[in-house]
Ligand binder design. Structure first.
Ligand code: FAD
Length: 393
């Protein structure tokens, strides 16, 4: 019997596995795909702070950024920056693989092509039922036993139903393509009703290609097709884009991320920055908290909800306010008209905002900046209007 089975070899799963294996527990990671990190659909931006805090492997880093340029629907732009590297862009597939290598080096084991299809909680263990897909077509059913299970299954929520847990209540749809483009030298963010109603589109240089994408409530692929025809994108495309990938991003966390002997981490628990949809660093952070909580539970000899509930308290303590403030910001930001966005962006450099960014900007934690922004002259009026409209409706 394993101490812990981790289902899913994304960043959240591998961080949990590494943290537990390092503490001496026997850890088995089950991954349904034949190769870790494949397929992938991600822009690969990770905050510099996460690299420091979790000593993340840097082999997959393409480059760092200390600024992003925001484009308004009517042609205005503002470069928002700091005097230090705020984030790195990584080759996401390689990043996941190096995270797994780190867990392997700590003593965890991985089984690929193995899809977990069922969990059964018992008094002193969990039975994990899985299906192993052979290199050809054949499938074999397998059963494992573990003292506890960590679900790090990303946006695959099928296993939650049997545990009486609910999937996150809100999602964004994201569509992204890798495009051969010229002149994308930094992170570009595009706003406006036409491009991404209530959300944003982006172009990020990533080595020989640029990652160009859109996230919004619905119709992301259609919006991306339109965005690719946007003059400032279309004029820089060297070749037509042939492949667009689509994926959902949870922007609400689940009500409960633990059960007897079971924890949920990463996208599986909706631990994602609501403002941008980025989930890598929160998943890694919560993977670490999950490992620490399980360690304590093993020592106490009690893996019941009573002890594992500590996991949820701790991760909410770390990022709960971030998620709530981010959600508020997304709601207010989503109501801005193109004219308001334009005014905000054009006024940026003559306002108190650059100083705010300098003081408060943090790639992974936006709360401090958002709260300061709400008090700034330029944004205060927008927030005021938002609440006035709400109270009238
Ligand atoms: C277009 C796009 C761009 C993004 N850009 C960024 C970004 O720039 N920065 C950022 O931080 N985040 C970004 N994200 C979000 C980020 O990709 C996710 O938050 C992150 O991958 C979550 O990590 P995870 O480990 O929780 O899940 P995942 O990375 O999804 O890993 C889950 C793993 O579990 C496996 N799995 C699932 N079910 C089973 C099962 N039953 N049995 C076995 N294995 C299973 C899957 O195959 C997968 O390997 C982006 C998302 C999208 C869609």
């Amino acid at each position: 019997m394993h101490d812990v089975i981790v289902v899913g070899a994304g960043p959240a799963g591998s961080q949990t596995a590494a943290s537990l294996a390092q503490r001496g527990y026997t850890v088995l990671v089950l991954e349904e795909h034949p190769q870790i990190g494949v397929p992938t659909n991600c822009s690969g931006l990770i905050g510099a702070e996460a690299f420091e805090r979790f000593d993340l492997p840097r082999d997959s880093v393409i480059r760092g950024f200390n600024s992003a340029t925001f484009f308004s629907p009517k042609g205005g732009s503002a470069t928002v920056g700091a005097d230090r590297v705020m984030a790195y862009v990584v080759r996401r597939c390689e990043f996941d693989q190096t995270m797994a290598q780190r867990a392997l080096a700590c003593g965890a084991s991985y089984l690929l092509r193995v899809r977990c299809v069922g969990l059964e909680q018992h008094k002193d263990h969990v039975t994990v039922t899985a299906v192993q897909r052979g290199p050809e077509d054949g499938e074999a059913r397998m059963t494992f036993r573990a003292r506890s299970v960590v679900l790090a299954t990303g946006i695959r929520y099928g296993l939650l139903r049997g545990l009486g847990l609910k999937r996150p209540s809100a999602f964004l749809q994201a569509a992204q393509a890798e495009a051969s483009m010229e002149g994308v030298d930094g992170v570009e963010v595009y706003l406006g009703r036409d491009v991404a109603p209530g959300s944003f589109a982006w172009a990020i240089p990533a080595g020989p290609v640029a990652r160009v994408g859109v996230c919004n409530g619905a119709g992301a692929v259609e919006h991306l097709r339109r965005f690719l025809q946007h003059p400032s994108i279309a004029s820089r495309l060297r070749q037509p884009v042939t492949q667009i990938k689509r994926k959902a991003i949870p922007i609400a966390n689940i009500c409960r991320s633990f059960r007897d002997r079971i924890l949920l981490v990463g996208d599986a628990a909706g631990q994602v920055k609501v403002t941008t949809g980025g989930g890598i660093s929160y998943g890694i952070l919560c993977g670490d908290i999950a490992a620490a909580t399980l360690d304590r539970a093993f020592r106490l000899g009690d893996l019941s909800e009573r002890i594992l509930g500590e996991y949820e308290r701790r991760w909410r303590q770390e990022i709960g306010v971030e998620l709530r403030v981010g959600s508020f910001f997304r709601r207010v930001g989503g109501t801005l008209s193109d004219e308001q966005i334009d005014r905000l962006i054009r006024a940026y450099h003559d306002s108190d905002l650059p100083e705010l960014v300098r003081r408060c900007a943090d790639f992974e934690r936006h709360r401090k900046f958002i709260l300061a922004l709400c008090r700034s002259n330029i944004f205060f009026q927008l927030v005021w209007n938002y609440f006035r409209r709400r109270s009238l409706s």
